[in-house]
Design a protein around this ligand. Structure first.
Ligand SMILES: *[C@@H]1O[C@H](CO)[C@@H](O)[C@H](O)[C@H]1NC(C)=O
Length: 439
């Protein structure tokens, strides 16, 4: 995931929103789970923390970490996942969306619940010096998907050991291509999640301490798209600008004009982002080039704002080019870089996961976070299925450095793994209990 870094903002928002909307929230009717459910949830964590189980989790995570693979190239990772599922005697469908694996535990009947982990790494050179550092030059699990896949395998083992108490079916989605490639969209297209009522996912948060989790009901992350503009003029000798149509000036004005879409045209309370992230044009000090390329990302918390931004980005660039007697094309690359919708947590699914988290970790360890403009393809599931995503703290309690996602320095405290495995399993098993038809 493409997170927003300054995590402290979350905690400011957390404090605010706790006061503003949470204490007297009608959602929180607190139908507390019974003592048997509470016992089961705590047992799952105890099983996951047993040393043999924890050692296995670490081995799995380290192997995935050592051999990072980019979007839709997760062959080794997928093989490792299938080998582990085979060892547990769990059935699965493969390949799903090229390299994905969707495992099934339970009767095959309703209710159907899904858990999701992503598998792809990033084109980043790891700069953390440790024994299990990435062995692949220029690739790293810098977004924690190694931990995500491991936690889901952990959940598979915990659930498989308790099939006698399962009241329905749990699907485990090992998804490819999350980083900008919309793997979730492709998994859904293959129909493997037909009939699934709810889906849950975890994302590591390296700035939050191990043993804490956080999320919020409703909109959590932004919808995101990319754009690429090409401005075409007439090149020529820099000493005779009057014989050219200078695309550098046109592009410069267009980039400045794009800044006003958010600052002058948008409601300050409706979060939007337009960022130009690259400009390419010209090579020599005495030549006006024929074309300039630039592009970037745009984000918003609602579909309406998203289509507004898309339309205005196109209009502003084309119009600014015309002012300078140049021509512009604006490509939103929907075919190859499918736009991500906003990630919106289903209210009742969020409440369910929150309650389970409170029993597992303690009420003071479950936090409310503010929205950020990061984006996640988990949002595609949310368009079809009641979905909720939680952040899981992955910062070593004894460390005073804070690392960040999408950097070469990311570190994940491995104590996160058993907690995530148990949380996944507990959310899924208790969901089935709550939604099974009465006998
Ligand atoms: C499997 O179940 C047994 C008995 O309930 C329990 O003691 C053990 O910890 C469980 N192991 C796992 C991996 O869940």
């Amino acid at each position: 995931m493409d997170w927003f870094r300054p995590a402290y903002i979350w905690f400011v928002l957390l404090a605010l929103s706790t006061n503003l909307c949470f204490n007297n929230n009608s959602l929180a009717q607190d139908s507390k789970p019974g003592p048997e459910t509470a016992l089961l949830i705590r047992e799952l964590l105890e099983s996951a923390k047993e040393s043999e189980f924890f050692d296995w989790l670490k081995r799995v995570r380290r192997r995935i970490h050592e051999y990072p693979e980019l979007a839709f190239e997760e062959y080794k990772t997928s093989q490792l996942i299938r080998d582990e599922l085979d060892a547990m005697g769990i059935q699965y469908t493969w390949p799903v969306a090229k390299t994905g694996v969707v495992a099934t535990i339970g009767s095959g009947d309703q209710p159907l619940f899904a858990l999701r982990a992503d598998m792809d790494a990033l084109p980043i050179q790891e700069l953390v010096d440790w024994e299990h550092k990435s062995k692949i030059n220029g690739k790293m699990h810098a977004c924690g998907h190694d931990a995500h896949a491991t936690m889901l395998l952990g959940a598979a083992r915990l659930i498989q050991n308790r099939t006698n108490i399962l009241k329905g079916t749990i699907k485990l989605v090992f998804q490819p291509g999350e980083e900008g490639h919309g793997g979730a969209y492709h998994v859904l297209k293959e129909g493997v999640l037909e009939g699934v009522q709810s889906i849950f996912a975890l994302h590591v948060a390296p700035e939050m301490y191990v043993g804490s989790i956080a999320s919020r009901p409703g909109p959590l992350l932004a919808g995101a798209g990319r754009f690429l503009a090409i401005i075409k003029g007439v090149g020529g000798h820099a000493a005779a600008p009057h014989k050219t149509r200078d695309p550098i000036v046109a592009a410069s004005m267009a980039i400045i004009a794009l800044q006003q879409i958010v600052s002058r045209e948008s409601d300050p309370l409706d979060a939007r982002v337009v960022s130009v992230t690259f400009v390419q044009g010209g090579e020599a000090g005495n030549v006006i080039p024929e074309t300039v390329k630039f592009g970037g990302t745009f984000r918003s918390m609602s579909a309406d704002s998203f289509s507004y931004l898309l339309q205005r980005i196109k209009e502003v660039i084309e119009t600014q080019a015309a002012v300078h007697d140049c021509a512009a094309t604006v490509d939103f690359m929907e075919e190859t870089l499918i736009h991500y919708p906003p990630t919106i947590n289903d209210l009742s699914m969020y409440e369910h996961a929150r309650r389970v988290g409170e029993i597992l970790l303690g009420e003071d360890k479950v936090h409310l976070v503010g929205q950020t403009m990061g984006a996640e393809d988990f949002s595609f599931y949310g368009q079809k299925i009641a979905a909720t995503m939680f952040l899981i703290g992955a910062r070593d309690e004894n460390s005073d450095t804070i690392t960040a996602l999408h950097t070469p320095y990311l570190e994940i405290a491995e104590e996160t793994l058993p907690i995530g495995a148990a949380l996944h399993a507990a959310v899924a098993i208790t969901y089935l209990d709550d939604h099974a038809p009465n006998p």
